[in-house]
Design a protein around this ligand. Sequence first.
Ligand code: ATP
Ligand code: HMH
Length: 270
Amino acid sequence: MTVIKALTIAGSDSGGGAGIQADLKTFQELYVYGMSAITAVTAQNTLGVQGVHPLPARFVVEQIDSVFSDLRPDAVKTGMLYSSEIIAAVAERISRYRVDKLVIDPVMIAKGGTSLLKSEAVEALILHLLPLALVVTPNIPEAEVMTRMEIRTIADRREAARRLHDLGAANVIIKGGHDAVNDMITDIVYDGTSFTELSERRVDTVHSHGTGCTFAAALTAQLAKGTEMREAASIAREFVQAALTDTLGIGSGHGPTNHWAYAKHKGVIV
Ligand SMILES: Nc1ncnc2c1ncn2[C@@H]1O[C@H](COP(=O)(O)OP(=O)(O)OP(=O)(O)O)[C@@H](O)[C@H]1O
Ligand SMILES: Cc1ncc(CO)c(N)n1
């Protein structure tokens, strides 16, 4: 049996719904062996983020080196990176290890409003990391910050995707979860040539903590297996839709999505 492996470089969410925990659960559900390099530890639950404690950049690098020197991953995902020091260090290692399947989820702000990326680090993310991306997966506010444009319509999303591609990301997926207007939620996938729209019915739930991490982790798992970009994005979309629909209903705030739901509904592992 060939074991497919993926590495997530991200922050820890003590509540288990987002960050490293969401990534590893998602990898596991999709039969990918999960590994982690933790950038920051958050004290977090369904009510919000109570504390953030970043790790030194050199210790993030030490974790990455430990993984690569022994367990070469088939794909790498980044999530919360917190500072420009951590971003520069991660980018250097991604280049050094010639990672060709890098998924960047440009995590900036938690749902309750806590910053997970210092504002000074946005430029570093764009300059150092974006050019290394096989795919970047911003939500609408993150895409607005990175492109410095306002995104209202699907045409705006396409323009933002073109700009992020021009900044160096080979593929761009702009997620539509923050579109409060429509009953359908549309993610757009841009490969530098053509656009694909992934539309699903909006799930009306407060239990949506970690959707972004879960989407990018499912995408990473599929890319690690060799699935092509559009198909991988479509499976990731399906994974999140199931995780939002078959809700766990735990916690008294914005609860986690259900990482078991996809396999349960499919009955088989893809
Ligand atoms: N209410 C919803 N119903 C259906 N799909 C949703 C809903 N909210 C988000 N999604 C989907 O979940 C994925 C993540 O999208 P979203 O825009 O919420 O990312 P995000 O803001 O980065 O997530 P997070 O809140 O974890 O930071 C996308 O595939 C999006 O289409
Ligand atoms: C650690 C961590 N990463 C990402 C997110 C975004 O959902 C979060 N809330 N916490």
